[in-house]
Design a binder for this molecule. Structure first.
Ligand code: NAD
Ligand code: UDX
Length: 483
């Protein structure tokens, strides 16, 4: 077997993960492949205009692209060339048939497995990088090793061997800190079959994470388990993190009702080392491509195994999250004299968190849609996510254009404005709603913003990232989360 690596799927996971693997393993060739030609062209662009924004990513790609990191659409050639195959294709929530709205849609994964089987020219290690339901590896191994002339090989001295060994190596990086997380992970998890061939495959992947000069992940941080534990750990870890966000947001509502301050409550709770301070920031609710999808997947798994109370428990995490965004709009409504129609609201931040252009499941998307239903005139500003915002809201933009001023619903004439300029977004607005905690927002000229707005001017800082006393001093009416 050779040491070269192909990763199928050049998205938020495949791109950054493979760039760092290539950086730390200069002795290996790493090829990232995708069916999306535009995405691959962007990864290869001469001016490094990469398809995703992630702090530090462009420096790593500059260092290794063309040396030992390559991006290509020729999946067949790469599968033939490399004996270690990572699969990082998307596994969205299934929107049809059995399990609709909860289960993972595994069609991309299965078609990838079938392609690997068709193109492989010898034994391969197949590594699940995507987040997958428990026992997917077993299903994939069944497809890959299904009996035909190619499914088994004889290895000298070892008798009959499986042609394909499937491992689970879930990724724990968070967007916005992907390069930092990859360079210095809390742990790397590799699950493999509990036999000699499985162990050899696990050792081969351990070697990658140790780095060529054993200068990357310390061996004690590389944890190995059986495949099913690895698959379930990823879902469980995301569910626990999402559950903490929903828990603190549930406390935030109570703080608003009672006069307690959620940041004070979280700080003191977090000082208990058993609880810890992280993931206790109240806000507009969690977004991102992973939490909702993975919790729903866990709900589906629990239901499939008849664990209905456990399924209900995890489902509440999602319901609490949806409620948090509905509460933002209700509070705006109340603070703006119970009518929002034809008022202008500037949305500061559309990305699901700071330091990313990713808008998948962003709370801002839900809030914008709810406000649009109320015939609010919307201006959206974000330093990195405007292109994705326009794509996500294409149906609303289209509706605004087609209905124009002739819409029978009064006040529905203004199209959504998109601008990188916060001052332009706020001009003549009745309210600013801060949805993403971009680090430059506290340093904006809030006196200038206030002067340009209609009065009374409101700021709803859903992330509690601004100096509320200073804003009140300028004349703003201020709403925060959990205060
Ligand atoms: P993504 O949509 O950004 O990227 C997936 C890529 O796979 C796309 O570019 C798509 O074109 C490609 N693809 C789909 N089918 C293909 C096929 N048959 N052959 C070749 N390419 C194909 O998704 P992502 O955010 O990178 O997530 C991928 C997986 O990683 C998911 O299972 C996700 O849950 C998991 N994950 C994501 C994150 C994250 O931060 N985004 C973190 C941990 C785990
Ligand atoms: C998450 C997991 O953290 C990561 O381990 C996994 O690999 C992918 O899913 P990600 O979604 O990129 O990462 O970002 P994360 O930092 O976890 O934030 C998720 C959401 O929760 C964001 O919308 C964030 O704003 C929100 N959040 C997070 C809070 O509202 N409060 C917090 O205290 C922490």
């Amino acid at each position: 077997m050779n040491k070269d690596i192909v990763c199928i799927g050049a998205g938020y996971i495949g791109g950054p993960t493979m760039a760092v693997i290539a950086k730390m393993n200069p002795d290996r060739k790493v090829i990232v492949v995708d069916i999306n030609e535009k995405r691959i062209a962007a990864w290869n662009s001469a001016d490094f205009d990469l398809p995703i924004y992630e702090p530090g990513l462009v420096d790593v790609v500059r260092e290794v692209r063309g040396k030992n990191l390559f991006f290509s659409t020729d999946i067949e050639a790469a599968v033939k060339e490399c004996d270690i195959i990572f699969v990082g294709v998307n596994t969205p929530t299934k929107m049809f048939g059995k399990g609709a709205g909860r289960a993972s849609d595994l069609q991309y994964w299965e078609s990838t497995a079938r392609n690997i089987k068709a193109w492989a020219n010898g034994p391969k290690i197949v590594v699940e990088k995507s987040t997958l339901p428990v026992r997917t590896a077993a299903a994939m191994e069944a497809i890959l090793n299904a009996q035909d002339a190619r499914s088994e090989v004889k290895v000298e001295g070892q008798g009959q061997q499986r042609n394909f060994t499937v491992l689970s190596n879930p990724e724990f990086l968070a967007e916005g800190t992907a390069i930092k997380d990859l360079m210095n992970p809390d742990r790397v998890l590799i699950g493999g079959p509990q036999d000699a061939q499985g162990q050899a495959a696990v050792d081969a992947v351990v070697e990658i994470y140790e780095g060529a000069a054993k200068n990357w992940v310390p061996r004690e941080k590389i944890l190995t388990t059986n495949v099913w534990s690895a698959e379930l750990t990823k879902l469980a870890a995301n569910a626990f993190l999402a559950q903490r966000v929903s828990s603190i947001n549930a406390i935030a509502g109570l703080c608003e009702a009672t006069g307690a301050d959620v940041d004070e409550v979280a700080k003191v709770m977090g000082a208990d080392h058993r609880i810890g301070p992280k993931f206790l920031k109240a806000g507009p609710g969690f977004g991102g491509s992973c939490f909702k999808k993975d919790v729903l997947n866990l709900v589906y798994l629990c239901e499939s195994f008849g664990l209905h109370t456990a399924a209900e428990y995890w489902h509440e995490v999602i319901k609490m999250n949806d409620h948090q965004q509905e509460r933002i709009v209700s509070r705006l409504f109340k603070a703006m004299f119970n009518t929002l129609a034809n008022k202008k609201i500037a949305i500061f931040g559309f990305a699901f968190k700071a330091d990313t252009g990713d808008t998948r499941e962003t709370p801002a998307g839900t809030v914008v849609r709810l406000l649009h239903d109320e015939h609010v005139r919307l201006a959206i500003t974000d330093p990195k996510a405007l292109a994705n915002a326009k794509k996500d809201l294409a149906d609303l933009i289209e509706e605004d254009i087609s209905t124009g001023g002739s819409d029978s619903r009064i006040f529905k004439q203004a199209p959504i404005e998109f601008t990188e300029d916060e001052y332009a977004a706020a001009r003549d607005a009745d309210a600013i709603v801060v949805m993403t905690d971009w680090c430059h927002y506290p340093t904006l000229d809030w006196a200038r913003l206030y002067a340009s707005m209609r009065k009374p001017a409101l700021v709803f800082d859903t992330r509690n990232c601004l100096d509320s006393a200073a804003l009140k001093g300028l004349g703003f009416k201020v709403l925060q989360t959990g205060k």
